[in-house]
Design a protein around this ligand. Structure first.
Ligand code: FAD
Length: 322
């Protein structure tokens, strides 16, 4: 059975987030040969982003431009996307499992009186249905789900499904849809950005994470250096955040960010279950810990038993020579 699929694109600082392209790749499986439509909502100037969605695999794109969509509000975006769903009547809607995806999709699924399969890490065709795999119990198990009735809402975990190759020769229509947006109960008046240098943690291919074993704010310096030579980002355990060695925005785990980089280097992190919940799906895990019994070694692909302050500088030297 083929399906018409709508992808809700997401931007940050005026550019499409990678997870949008990954959602288009996921939509290829969901659509089973049906039409894939990219959707992008914002204040103005969205056509180049809509075309980019086509370059990454959408058949055509829709833009909704409105002054009330300058910044994300669940109310404003739910009205805009809801209107497009009413008009286009897609059989499935796919979006990234990001802060915005987690906020917007349940609201829309409730409005259209249907279900939502969130945080999908794998999907495969299975007869008339698509079989979605998602982690449960903080990543200790996986469940497989299908939806047999109603519009299918899906969010996909960033960094799990590879985007299709960009093909700038792909063409498709870009249509603007006018949407009435009523008074919003929440209005964003100002955004105060945290200054974060370098690569975005949730989309990083390499993460160097520090725990309480890093011992101080300055102790994170070699981790930043290692992350830089690897083109990655720095993360942390809650232990390190609680000890004020770094900002909570770096926290990975059950109550922090969920990440799935290609390479995760855990430095001075014991491997508590709540930390593993946020990183155990990383493709390759390296543990650096001076305690050979540390739990991190139970899930690590490579373990280095040693003092992180001796091991990391050696790693940096070796990598610089490659
Ligand atoms: P520790 O457990 O103290 O481990 C430090 C490690 O560093 C040790 O293994 C030690 O051997 C090693 N070490 C010390 N010095 C060195 C050195 N010089 N070189 C190499 N290794 C060294 N935690 C999270 O991380 N994320 C979460 O989202 C999260 N959510 C939670 C939610 C709840 C409800 C609860 C109850 C807890 C949560 N926690 C979370 C906390 C979690 O249980 C652990 O307390 C925390 O992960 C421990 O952090 P840590 O590994 O950095 O510290």
């Amino acid at each position: 059975m083929s399906r018409k699929v709508l992808i809700i694109g997401e931007t940050r600082d005026g550019v499409l987030r990678n997870v949008t392209f990954e959602a288009i790749a996921a939509a290829k499986t969901v659509s089973n040969g049906g039409e894939i439509i990219g959707l992008i909502c914002g204040e103005s100037g969205l056509n180049p982003l809509a075309e980019q969605m086509i370059h990454f695999g959408a058949d055509r794109s829709i833009v909704v431009e409105h002054s009330k969509l300058e910044t994300y509000t669940s109310e404003g975006f739910a009205q805009a996307v809801g209107r497009v769903i009413e008009q286009e009547k897609p059989e499935a809607i796919v979006m990234g499992h990001t802060a915005i995806g987690k906020d917007l999709t349940p609201k829309l699924a409730a409005r259209f009186e249907t279900g939502l399969i969130s945080d999908v890490t794998e999907l495969e065709e299975g007869g008339d249905n698509v079989v979605f795999t998602r982690p449960i119990y903080s990543g200790k198990a996986f469940e497989k789900k299908i939806i047999t009735d109603g519009i299918l809402f899906v969010t996909i975990r960033p960094n799990n499904i590879s985007a299709l190759d960009k093909d700038t020769s792909r063409t498709g229509d870009v249509t603007a849809i006018d949407v009435e947006i009523g008074d919003l109960r929440t209005v964003i008046t100002d955004i105060i950005k945290k200054t974060a240098d370098g690569v975005d943690l949730s989309e990083a291919k390499v993460i160097v994470a520090g725990g309480r074993g890093v011992k101080s704010k300055e102790g994170f310096d070699p981790l930043y250096e290692l992350a830089e030579v690897l083109g990655g980002a720095v993360g942390a355990s809650r232990g390190a955040c609680d000890a004020d060695y770094c900002d909570y925005s770096l926290q990975i785990g059950q109550t922090g960010k969920v990440v799935t980089p290609d390479l995760y280097i855990a430095c001075g992190i014991s491997g508590a279950i709540q930390h593993l919940a946020g990183m155990s799906n990383s493709k390759v895990i390296v543990g650096i810990n001076k305690d050979p019994e540390a739990n991190i070694f139970n899930i690590a692909d490579y373990g280095i038993v040693g003092d992180l302050f001796e091991v990391i500088p050696q790693l940096i030297e070796e990598i610089k020579q490659v």
